[in-house]
Design a protein around this ligand. Structure first.
Ligand code: 6PG
Length: 508
């Protein structure tokens, strides 16, 4: 067969769920792929799927049984995409490609969730052997198959080569409405719309932005889970009723992929009695680490991101199931709700506003974190573009991202989303319901750490004078750490000689 002898456009390594779907997406968009995985069954699997989906058409995916064979099947300079787990596997594959004879102008794209500092180090480490480019992918298996959000970063030379491919396979957004253009069938392609793939910056910047995407994802998920908990355990609603409420909310400003899939999960039943599946799922949350990395980075760059961090803590707390079970028999909570139907309706509508406001704060934290990281690492990030590429394909895709795009289009240097006129108006308008909703949940004994951390964040950001004045006094008392005064020249330091009887104020 002549095609078998023709050289392929792209080499692909790692054919797990994400890898296999990215290969088929690339194939739909007209690229020929040489595919390799250490597990030969996975190579066979993707070839079978290519043939099945493309029955009667030309083969688009060609299997390889070694790194050497993979390189030999590619057009030069070689373009190789990796979809392998973050960490050591990336270096193992890079080492194997060097052994197989990869060339200095060949490009290797790491699409995994690598820690951004590892990406920076790798680009440097391998630069004399090949060009390491990074491009995190968001959207799970369906996104990978029919259009993910892509966050490419690294060598601009490599990007020039990758751009048409990435723009072809990415999710697309209608430029007028800001809504995703659906593509759900094998073989389909979308030729129009704004692609959800834009160059982020130098090495590591794309992985950093993807990390923050995941931090926001953690917060968004936790906010929805807290709302579910309040409705289910606080108001005693059934899974169906909570799903109905979420479905209704999903038609307004809370319209998002995460809300949509929550409805699906809540409606899933099992067994003859149609028991809700969610009631049978063990309540211990897993995590692969990107949320934790975001929280750690927020502490390192000094960016307050309490709702993101709280979402990580909530997952950790959930894993202490045995302690929680024991404590539930010892520690008492308040009496159950005795609300009337009318009170319940008002309660639910307040909760809607609490989710909306908390979500705004979680995104504000994520975007401010990227802003501070940009300064620290000397990147030039385009926040309107970042919000744009998150409008479709990725896990946090939501109608709401259009408003964020507009906020950064109005002011590219916006320091915090809470200062944007649209978001400030939303928060001012809905804050009373937000406050009342947190009081509602607290009085019922339902933990709402993400919702309430967001409210505290909002209240802190809008408070011109915080109690850090007393804190500075405490620090000066025990450690002579000095303080500045509001009524004196900024930058001038003062110290009180606390241990003396006179407690003289010393100007330093
Ligand atoms: C995405 C997801 C993806 C993955 C997370 C899940 O954007 O497609 O974020 O990257 O699902 O790694 O992370 P946890 O296992 O930590 O929840």
């Amino acid at each position: 067969m002549t095609q078998e002898n023709a050289l392929c456009d792209i080499g692909f390594i790692g054919l797990g769920v994400m890898g296999k779907n990215l290969v088929l997406n690339l194939a739909d968009n007209g690229f020929n792929i040489a595919a390799f995985d250490l597990d030969n069954e996975k190579v066979k699997g993707v070839i079978d799927q290519d043939r099945a989906e493309n029955e009667g058409g030309k083969a688009r995916v060609f299997g390889c049984s070694s790194y050497t064979e993979l390189l030999s099947k590619l057009k030069a300079p070689h373009l190789i995409v990796l979809s392998v787990p973050a960490g050591a596997p990336v270096d193992q594959v890079c080492g194997s490609l060097i052994g197989a004879g990869i060339q200095p102008d060949d490009i290797v794209i790491d699409t995994g969730n690598s820690l951004w500092v590892d990406t920076v180090a790798r680009e440097e480490k391998y630069k004399s052997q090949f060009i390491l480019f990074s491009s995190a992918v968001s959207g799970g298996e369906v996104g990978a198959r029919f259009g993910p959000a892509l966050m490419p970063s690294g060598s601009p030379y490599a990007w020039a080569r990758i751009k048409p491919i990435w723009e072809a396979i990415s999710a697309k957004v209608d430029p007028i409405t800001g809504k995703p253009i659906e593509r759900t069938a094998p073989g389909e392609t979308i030729e129009h719309g704004d692609p959800c793939a834009a160059y982020i910056g130098p090495a590591g910047a794309g992985h950093y932005v993807k990390m923050v995407h995941n931090g926001i994802e953690y917060a968004d998920m936790q906010i929805i889970c807290e709302a579910y908990h309040v409705l289910r355990n606080g108001l005693g609603m059934s899974c169906e009723e909570v799903a109905d409420t979420f479905e209704q909310w999903n038609r307004g400003p809370l319209d998002s992929y995460l809300m949509e899939i929550s409805v699906e999960v809540l409606r899933q039943t099992v067994g003859d009695n149609n028991e809700p599946l969610v009631d049978l799922i063990l309540d211990k949350a897993g995590q692969k680490g990107t949320g934790l990395w975001t929280a750690v980075s927020s502490l390192e760059v000094g960016c307050p991101a309490p709702t993101i961090s709280q979402a990580v803590y909530a997952r950790s707390l959930s894993s202490f199931k045995e302690i929680r079970q024991q404590a539930s028999t010892i520690l008492e909570g308040p009496a159950p709700s005795t609300l009337t139907e009318q009170e319940k309706t008002q309660f639910i509508s307040r909760l809607h506003d609490a989710i909306y406001c908390s979500k705004i704060c979680a995104y504000a934290q994520g975007f401010q974190l990227m802003k501070l990281a940009e300064k620290e690492h000397n990147w030039t990030l385009n926040f309107a573009n970042i919000a744009k590429i998150w409008r479709a394909g990725c896990i946090i895709r939501a109608v709401f991202l259009q408003s964020i795009t507009e906020a950064f289009t109005r002011d590219a240097d916006l320091e915090n989303l809470l200062l944007d006129e649209f978001f400030a108006k939303q928060l001012n308008l809905h804050q009373q319901n937000w406050r009342q909703s947190i009081a509602d949940a607290t009085l019922l004994g339902i933990p709402v750490g993400a919702l309430s951390s967001a409210l505290s964040y909002f209240d802190s950001v809008r408070t011109a004078v915080l109690p850090a004045n007393l804190l500075q006094g405490q620090r000066d008392f025990f450690g002579a750490h000095t303080f500045e005064r509001l009524d004196q020249t900024p930058g001038k330091k003062y110290h009180v000689q606390w241990s003396t009887k006179e407690r003289d104020l010393v100007e330093l």
